[in-house]
Design a protein around this ligand. Structure first.
Ligand code: F0G
Length: 750
């Protein structure tokens, strides 16, 4: 039997009851737990504890800490039992559970484990159940979930609002999806304390009065009808229960006040979610107000917890089956050998630490000391050169071609377009053959090459780091990724997240992102949050948000992005047939690219791929120049600045990778330069007019080259590479500005 290499099941949270619909109504919410099942080769079958690795999107939560990671884990149990029912031998697996739904809060977390296990087993057995067949799985799920919560499991399977009831005649559960108003949204208040479902059930009476039964039946019918026709007032009237809320309020005395707070802030209705402890409020227009009212009420009632705005999930659990082989041989290295390290204080951390900051505050790097040392430079060059004629996507990628040096982790399946493989245009005065030599005339250089990273799939160099970052995000089991960005990172992350099926959140400095980049983020369906402030503010916000909400951070603070970007060094050297240019010049903002290029070059040198090092020049805009100022000061001090430059991509005053970049500039005998906006626009026009084109920040490298040649720092006969980091179309507004800037001064080039 041919088994997939990986199965990923994403299951929504569900809220049961909705007030009067006790034990028969479930609503799926856009809050997910993801289970990733990696099928291991037979030789990895032994010594597999923990079977289940658990990642919490909720930070520290005792209920999540208490989830078993061995064969008692509910997801694993369901998976193996269903496989046994299907007469499929249980393969060796490793499960990564990314818990986005905290247990014990009445949000269907055990239903997610059961539905996840069930659907993963079906996928491994080669079945893809249709919607109708899924409804038939409710029986199996209820049988496997000890609490018999047909309401939660059915909604998690089918999505939307689902009514379930036991059909005596056929001895099976019957599940039907009921209609919902399109603009309905859910606001949750999730207390830090959990409520045990079984104990909560014991609070309920054995019998109800006829009056209570009629009350609940009427309200349930009203609720379904009001939701079906979009009568939101009716929804409010209907969400009133006598079967469980009054009894459960005995152990949750603040419940009535919290429900009242949500209603008075404009919620159409509010109820205890399942058996609690979460509270669910249904809203349309007044979502933010309800969220704030719940937060305020909780504070005044002294209950700790978190308010979450969640849309309604309309499609139920999703299953993804990966047939592709991992890029790295499964036993070439073991995950435990790879650690994160702080370059400043040399402390080590496990890979699971995803805030990527050391306790001392500095960014963490992936420790790669021994990686690649088993082969000599000649053997590496031969291997990489052979791959140039391969037809495999990962060999054609200018990133994954160098995979052994970039990602020494077993079992990572690359999310790749592929990227890299960008052109290296000869553009010096002595290289006139292809018509680009006028850039050499502009800069005063005989031998100049433009390495156009704007030719990457989303139009910037960011794709090199992002293909690795997003692949690692998936490998770690993240369900959501986020970044702050001046535009290109967000465009790249949004595209790769879309490809990987991950939720993408981007924080952008309001009004400071070029049109092309913003349009990309919108097109690729990222959730866009405009930050009233600059990039540095957005960067601080995103780090905090990722920590608070357990979202995977994909800024260049993330060392896997830096690893991916190191491929620029390897690809460039390969394009030079492993000969080394004298200078490599690139624009600098957050300093991730300077760091990555430098680290890549230093590693290529250490591994013997090349026999000497080029000098790196990092070019900043004069209005955003904290690295340049620090360089002038011999790197003895560093002061953030308030950034202001026309080159929005590098409009950054407090770069995250300052220390990394400082050390590579020092190690390559490099230097830092600054150029004015005027110089940038003129250089951009020079690049544009030969038919290549680039965005303003990219032109900073060409402007820097020109300046350093005229100052005599770079000799006109030296071999220089200028990296163009972004595509011309990224910033259409700058095109006319550059055009105008040349009118007066650029006669030699026009
Ligand atoms: N060039 C372009 C076109 C960029 O988009 C960036 C950074 C840089 C140069 C500077 O690279 O930050 O690694 O020093 N753009 C980031 C972004 C900040 O959010 O897109 P760096």
């Amino acid at each position: 039997m041919f088994l997939p290499s990986r199965v990923t099941v994403r299951v929504p949270a569900t809220s049961a009851n909705l007030g009067p619909g006790f034990d028969c109504l479930g609503l799926a919410l856009k809050l997910y737990t993801t289970f990733e099942v990696e099928l291991l080769p037979v030789d990895m079958a032994h010594d597999r504890e923990p079977l289940v690795e658990i990642f919490s999107a909720w930070g520290d939560d005792p209920a999540i800490d208490a989830l078993p990671t061995d064969h008692r884990n509910l997801f694993y149990q369901t998976l193996t039992r269903r496989l046994a029912d299907l007469a499929v031998p249980v393969p060796a697996v490793k499960v990564r559970a990314s818990i986005g739904i905290p247990p014990g809060r009445g949000l269907g977390s055990s239903a997610t484990a059961v539905i996840g296990g069930l659907l993963a087993a079906e996928a491994i057995a080669g079945h893809t159940p249709s919607e109708k067949q899924r409804a038939g799985l409710v029986d199996a799920a209820v049988a496997l979930e000890h609490g018999s919560h047909s309401d939660n499991v059915a909604a998690a399977l089918l999505g939307g609002l689902v009514v379930t009831s036991w059909d005596e005649r056929n001895s099976a559960w019957y599940a039907v999806r009921a209609p919902l108003p399109a603009n309905l949204c859910a606001v949750l208040f999730v207390p830090v304390f959990s409520m045990d479902t079984i104990a909560g059930r014991e609070l309920l009476p054995g019998q109800y009065t006829k009056a209570d039964a009629v009350h609940n039946l009427g309200h349930l019918a009203l609720l379904l009808a009001a939701l079906a026709v979009g009568d939101l007032k009716g929804v409010g009237a209907a969400m009133n229960d006598r079967f469980h809320e009054p009894y459960r309020a005995r152990i949750f005395p603040q419940l009535p006040d919290l429900l009242a707070a949500a209603r008075s802030a404009g919620a159409h209705g509010a109820c205890l979610s399942g058996s609690g402890s979460a509270i669910l409020a249904l809203t349309t227009e007044r979502t933010q107000e309800v969220a704030s009212a719940l937060a305020r009420a909780a504070q005044s009632l002294n209950i700790d917890g978190r308010v979450v705005i969640a849309g309604l999930d309309h499609c139920g659990a999703t299953v993804e089956i990966d047939q592709c082989k991992p890029a790295v041989e499964i036993n070439s290295s073991s995950r435990e050998e790879v650690v994160l390290r702080c370059a400043t204080c040399a402390r080590h951390f496990p890979l699971e630490r995803t805030d990527y900051r050391c306790a001392c505050g500095q960014p963490l790097d992936v420790a790669l000391d021994d990686v690649g040392t088993a082969m000599d430079g000649h053997a590496w060059r031969q291997r990489f050169d052979e791959r140039l004629s391969s037809l495999h996507t990962i060999d054609r990628s200018g990133v994954w071609r160098f995979r052994e040096l970039l990602l020494p982790l077993p079992g990572v399946a690359p999310i790749t377009r592929p990227e890299g493989q960008t052109n290296l245009y000869p553009a010096g005065r002595a290289q006139q053959c292809n018509g680009h030599g006028r850039v050499g005339e502009f800069t005063g250089l005989d031998r100049l090459w433009l390495k156009h990273e704007g030719e990457n799939p989303t139009g910037s160099f960011k794709d090199r780091g992002m293909t690795v970052g997003v692949s690692v995000a998936r490998w770690l089991g993240a369900s959501a990724v986020a970044c702050a960005s001046t535009g290109n990172t967000s465009a790249s992350m949004a595209a790769y997240a879309a490809q990987a099926g991950l939720r993408a959140i981007v924080l952008l400095p309001q009004g400071k992102v070029a049109a092309g980049k913003l349009s990309q983020a919108i097109a690729y369906n990222a959730e866009i949050r405009q930050v009233a402030g600059d990039f540095d503010r957005a960067m601080a916000d995103v780090e905090r948000m990722c920590l608070d909400e357990g979202i995977y951070l994909l800024n260049s603070l993330n060392p896997f992005r830096i690893l991916g970007q190191q491929s620029l060094a390897f690809e460039l050297l390969q394009q030079f047939a492993w000969d080394v240019p004298d200078w490599i010049v690139l624009p600098a903002g957050n300093l991730g690219n300077t760091s990555a290029l430098g680290m890549g070059l230093l590693r290529a040198h250490r591994l013997g791929l090349v026999d000497r090092l080029p000098r790196i020049v990092s070019v900043q805009a004069a209005g955003a120049n904290p690295f340049y100022q620090s360089y002038l000061d011999g790197f003895s001090s560093f002061h953030p600045v308030k950034a202001q430059t026309i080159a929005t991509a590098i409009n950054i005053g407090d770069p995250v990778s300052y220390l990394r970049a400082k050390s590579v500039i020092q190690a390559t005998n490099g230097l830092v330069a600054q150029v004015t906006d005027e110089e940038i626009l003129q250089a951009k026009a020079a690049v544009d007019r030969v038919g290549i084109g680039c965005e303003p920040a990219s032109a900073a490298s060409v402007a820097g080259v020109k300046q350093l040649v005229s100052r005599g720092v770079i000799q006109s006969t030296e071999r220089v590479v200028a990296v163009l980091t972004g595509n011309l179309l990224k910033d259409p507004d700058a095109i006319m500005l550059a055009h105008q800037a040349t009118r007066q001064t650029l006669t030699g080039v026009s």
